[in-house]
Design a protein around this ligand. Sequence first.
Ligand SMILES: Cc1cc2nc3c(=O)[nH]c(=O)nc-3n(C[C@H](O)[C@H](O)[C@H](O)COP(=O)(O)O)c2cc1C
Ligand SMILES: [Fe+2]
Ligand SMILES: [Fe+2]
Length: 406
Amino acid sequence: MSLKPRPVVEDVYWVGVNDDVRELFESLWPLPFGISYNAYVVIGREAVALIDTVDSRFTYEYIGKVREVVGDFDRIRYIVVNHLEPDHHGATPDILGIIPKARLVTSQMGSRVLSSIYRISSNRIIVIKDGDRIDLGGKTLRFIYTPWLHWPETMVTYLEEDKVLFSCDAFGSYGSLQDGIFDDELDMDFYLDEAKRYFSNIVIKYTRNVLEALEKLKNTEIRIIAPSHGPIYRSDPRKIVELYRRWSQPSPERDRVALIYGSMYGRGETIVEHIIEKLSQKNLKIIPHNVSTSHPSYILSDLVESYITVFVYPSYDAGIFPYMEDVMRIFQLKQIGRGRYAAIVNIYAWASTAKQTIELLTKAGFRIIEPIVETKAIPDEEELKKIETLINNIVDTSRRESTSSQ
Ligand SMILES: Cc1cc2nc3c(=O)[nH]c(=O)nc-3n(C[C@H](O)[C@H](O)[C@H](O)COP(=O)(O)O)c2cc1C
Ligand SMILES: [Fe+2]
Ligand SMILES: [Fe+2]
């Protein structure tokens, strides 16, 4: 569904598009409910600025919306590049052809990365420094460099008069915008869930940078957060900021344990059922994921609120069960183990592969809860005892105060 342009505040418009076609964001993350590429227009007395653009497949839908709110394209002098990823600027090279007087506004790092991805002549690029301003005439844009949210060049743009923060990917969410564009118009249970999944898929590696950015913005009064994906937060912008703070800091108070398992013939599942039963009796909430059927996108999302993750999997061709290894490698890439604990149960018939798992999970940042269980498909007495000890240690770890943070 295509939405009409909408005012965000006076002389500021949402001119984004819905992408209900793409199935996998970044060719990785499922989009069962689509995604929006939000873009904005800020109209000053002397000049107009576009805040980011859209994916190249939506150039003409976007340009039509800009025309509707701006009229004369010659008034458009700036295209602010908060983030260079092509979901926000794939359309930009063509748009520079359509809007001849516009120049890109980018961070110093942005100007370096830009030429790796786009062919744009240097006389159409303005490089700004952290804290620089552009006055459009009654609308002042301030650029705040917030690196690694989630690329090195990312910045956010603050509209001083109206206290609107254009945060680009930060605070973004999957899910296209069907019933409106503001948090007070939408089913926020759905979008906040999708914002968490987005955070865990795209941003989680950079939690330190998230906390640094929040620190940098703490004295900036923000009335509206206008991200580049998903809802605009106008009724309660603090909510998503607080969630970002929470998601960036794993905590033992969360009584949730993720249990990720793979099983070909059900021996492992028997052990999984036993672990779930025992941990549930201790009032821990278990979130199980079968790696053969759960997409890593959703597994990552459920790890955000979990302090402990249990891995149960069979050996396979002298290696880790393949889908389990895929998930672990994604965990390593995303460094999701930092501040979190892992427990390992490897099921084998003739040779354990726990060593490989310990290495991968340690590289992913996890601290490992002892003992590491290596068990034959049907556990013997000693292996059963080890499983019980591990369960007890999981309970203890969940109750212990966190002594070191990330
Ligand atoms: C294709 C295949 C490869 C396997 N490779 C190994 C292996 O390298 N080492 C090992 O100890 N067991 C190996 N096994 C045996 C499994 O670990 C064993 O069947 C175990 O019971 C699987 O757990 P599940 O019943 O939960 O699927 C393999 C099994 C299959 C089907
Ligand atoms: Fe991005
Ligand atoms: Fe994005």
